[in-house]
Design a protein around this ligand. Structure first.
Ligand code: ADX
Ligand code: SF4
Length: 244
């Protein structure tokens, strides 16, 4: 895992100055222009969560055609997520490239351990996430210079240590999270103001939505990510996409 080159360090610095955060559409316009001026491959990963729907809306509003959208279809997503995916493509008239897990790896995992083996142990859960999310993400990011994600600091204590722009040594890419400092209030204000379509599960106490067998609704007072891998210890709750 190598450190960023001086060119990447310089790019990180320019991005920090570029992303104002006060105007999301302007941020997307600036990223689009940067992609054109510096011939950069910029991509955005959407899981169709509400933060990602906002970013998709802003990319479209900015006509930021240089930003490539992709999703990781683990094969275990909620029907509501697939429906929203179809609605989003239709509404915005955009391409969202889907990346799938390796057929051989899924077949051998299921044959050896079973279809829901992720409930049995943390290593088996992480192995499933690796096959269904991390390996496809590596392919999705293979030629990328900048990866945009919808992380927000408020989502977990770990995410409070994330920087808006940073070097991701696992995937060897500059990662940026334009919504990092947004509050839930700001998120929902944007959604209502711009009539953004969102996953109907958010209305049924699912603040964070991942794969169906590994996500459940949260109870009043429980934290944002408590419905994800709920049977595991808090310290284990990451799938390898993000360091936090
Ligand atoms: S996770 O690591 O716990 O799964 P989370 O659901 O909070 O992540 O989503 C954070 C960001 O990771 C999203 O805004 C999105 O950029 C990216 N992401 C998560 N899951 C996917 C997915 N299935 N496909 C594409 N991007 C994803
Ligand atoms: Fe597998 Fe669950 Fe990870 Fe989805 S979240 S890839 S089903 S272990």
């Amino acid at each position: 895992m190598s450190a960023p080159t001086p060119e990447n360090q310089e790019l990180i610095h320019s991005l920090e100055l570029l992303l104002s955060n006060s105007d999301l559409q302007a941020d997307m316009e600036a990223l689009n222009q940067l992609a054109i001026d510096q011939k950069l491959n910029i991509c955005f990963s959407t899981s169709f969560g509400v933060e990602d729907q906002i970013l998709t809306d802003a990319i479209k509003a900015a006509n930021a055609q240089q930003i490539r959208l992709f999703t990781l279809d683990t094969g275990r997503l909620f029907p509501e997520t697939y429906n929203l995916w179809a609605r989003t493509v239709k509404r915005y008239g955009i391409d969202i490239q889907a990346y799938y897990p390796s057929q051989e790896q899924v077949e051998s995992y299921v044959t050896e351990y079973g279809i829901n083996a992720f409930y049995e142990s943390v290593p088996l859960r992480k192995a499933c996430c690796h096959i269904r999310k991390v390996e496809p993400l590596k392919r999705a990011l293979a030629n990328a210079h900048i990866w945009i994600s919808g992380l927000r600091a408020e989502q977990s204590s770990n995410r409070q240590t994330v920087n808006k722009v940073e070097w991701d040594s696992s995937f060897q890419v500059i990662k940026c999270q334009p919504l990092l400092s947004w509050t839930a209030q700001q998120v929902w204000d944007y959604v209502h103001l711009n009539n953004v379509s969102y996953n109907t599960l958010h209305d049924s106490s699912f603040p964070s939505i991942g794969c169906a067998p590994c996500t459940r609704a949260v109870r009043e007072g429980e934290d944002f990510r408590s419905g994800r891998w709920w049977w595991e210890d808090n310290s284990q709750k990451e799938c390898g996409l993000h360091r936090s």
